[in-house]
Structure formats: structure tokens, C-alpha cells
Design a protein around this ligand. Structure first.
Ligand code: CTP
Ligand SMILES: C[C@](O)(CO)[C@H](O)COP(=O)(O)O
Length: 233
């Protein structure tokens, strides 16, 4: 039977903010590449049938070498210039799959996603079309315009999104079809595309985890190394 659940690991970025001189997903934490941690999390989950890796141009061979040992790796493909373009590359690969297939998009830069988080996304997709993972904000977050506070949303209403973000394939496909026709398209995640272009689709939010950090800045690499050492057997 064809796979009903595909995990897409988005590794198409170049890691500019990390400044390591190469994509941060190739950097090692806990003795193996960040990308390997992310692929392993989905490969090891019994609810996932296939893993697709979307890699930064010029690094496909390294990504393939990292992903190939995982049995569920189905493809390693080239990403685009933006995260959104990398998601589109994966959707093109999956264009022949039925609309009810579940697809999870995960940042390769989040190496410590764990099974309970993936479980919650998959469970919410049983009767949902779009699912986000979030953690409450510990900081007060404000909108700043011209160096001055323009608005202060109440902190208890604010959630920091993580990944994976899960969708029925037909839903995310439709949202991107509409988005790609919009010359003003700008988005930092896939739920943002659904929210903007399919506003009637409810996006369920399930609990993420503080350990599911996105390795973005040099300090995150130090924290990631510490977290990896805690996980070591
Ligand atoms: N063109 C892109 C840009 C980003 N990503 C992926 O999206 C995730 C989140 O992006 P981010 O943390 O911003 O990674 P980078 O784009 O590599 O970082 P930077 O913005 O600092 O360059 C990462 O796993 C990254 O590889 C992607 O698949 N394709
Ligand atoms: C998808 C995401 O990780 C949710 O927090 C985030 O928006 C990715 O942003 P980035 O600029 O691509 O790191």
C-alpha cells in the first residue's frame, strides 16, 4: 500500500545567521550532523512511512550520504532560494500522491524534535487539515515601528511556532497554488501560507517542546551540544 504519511525535512537553507561558512544542518552536534538527528526522528517514528530531504544547492551529495543509511529516506532533492520555495520543491515531488496523504514539514535545523511532539501532530491530523506545534512565549513580545512600540499583544495570547507542521496534502497543495499566484507572497512557515490563502481552514495548535529549538545563531549551537550530551546513552 502507498505511504499515507510523508515527513519532509527542509534543509535548503545556507545558515547565514550561524555564519559557519557552510549550511548549519551539516554541522555536528553530539557527534553527528544536525540533519542526521532530524532525519532519525522521523525515520524512527512508526507513524511515518517516508522521509524526503530538501537540501541546499551544492550540498546534495553530502545530504544524500547522511540520509541514505536511514531506511525510510525516499528522496533527497534540491531546495529553492527561500524556505517557501523549498516546500514547493517537495510538493512538486509529491504531486501524484492523493489529497488525503498526511505531510509533515520539519526544519532540519531542529534536531531534537521528539516522538511525543510528532505523535501529537499525527493525532491532530486524524480529523484535521492543518496542525502547528507551539510553545507559550516566556518573553513579552511587542511590535516595534520606527524604534517605538506600536502595539503590545497580551503575552498569554502569544505562542512561538515550531515544526513539524502537518497538513493533508490536498490542503497545503491548494494553499500554495493560491500563494504562488500572489506576487506579494511572503511567509516564514507553511501554516502562514494556509492561514493567509485558506483562511477558513482551522489550524490546530498542539504542544511543542522547549527542547525542540531551532539552531539559528552561534549560541544555539552551544545549547544544542549540551542537549545532545544529555541525550547520549
Ligand atoms: N531556502 C531555504 C531556507 C531555509 N530552509 C530550511 O528551513 C529551516 C528553517 O530556516 P532557517 O533556520 O532560517 O535556516 P537558514 O535559512 O539556513 O538560516 P539563515 O536564515 O540564517 O540563513 C532550516 O532547516 C532551513 O534549512 C530551506 O529548506 N530552504
Ligand atoms: C517555521 C519556523 O521554524 C517556525 O518558528 C520559523 O518560522 C522558520 O523561520 P526561519 O527564518 O526560516 O528560520
Amino acid at each position: 500500500m502507498a505511504t499515507r504519511t510523508v515527513a519532509v525535512v527542509l534543509a535548503g537553507g545556507v545558515g547565514e545567521r550561524m555564519g559557519a561558512g557552510r549550511p548549519k544542518q551539516l554541522m555536528e552536534v553530539g557527534g553527528r550532523p544536525i540533519l542526521a538527528h532530524a532525519v532519525h526522528a522521523f525515520d524512527a517514528h512508526p507513524g511515518i512511512g517516508e522521509v524526503v530531504v530538501v537540501m541546499a544547492p551544492g550540498h546534495l551529495r553530502e545530504a544524500a550520504a547522511i540520509a541514505a543509511p536511514f531506511g525510510k529516506t525516499a528522496a533527497v532533492i534540491e531546495g529553492g532560494a527561500t524556505r517557501t520555495a523549498s516546500t514547493v520543491a517537495a510538493l512538486r515531488l509529491l504531486e501524484d500522491r492523493p489529497d488525503d496523504v498526511r505531510v509533515l514539514f520539519h526544519d532540519a535545523a531542529r534536531p531534537f524534535v521528539d516522538r511525543p511532539v510528532i505523535d501529537r501532530v499525527l493525532d491532530a491530523l486524524d480529523d484535521g487539515e492543518a496542525v502547528a506545534v507551539g510553545v507559550p512565549s516566556s518573553d513579552t513580545i511587542v511590535v516595534v515601528e520606527d524604534g517605538t512600540v506600536a502595539s503590545m499583544p497580551p503575552r498569554e495570547t502569544l505562542t512561538r511556532f515550531q515544526t513539524p507542521q502537518g497538513f493533508r496534502l490536498g490542503t497545503i497543495r491548494k494553499a500554495y497554488e493560491l500563494a504562488l499566484a500572489d506576487p506579494g507572497l511572503r511567509a516564514t512557515d507553511d501554516c502562514g501560507i494556509v492561514h493567509r490563502y485558506l483562511p477558513d481552514v482551522p489550524i490546530r495548535v498542539v504542544a511543542g517542546s522547549e527542547r525542540n529549538l531551532k539552531v539559528t545563531q552561534p549560541l544555539d549551537a552551544v545549547i544544542a551540544e549540551h542537549l545532545a550530551s544529555e541525550e547520549a546513552p
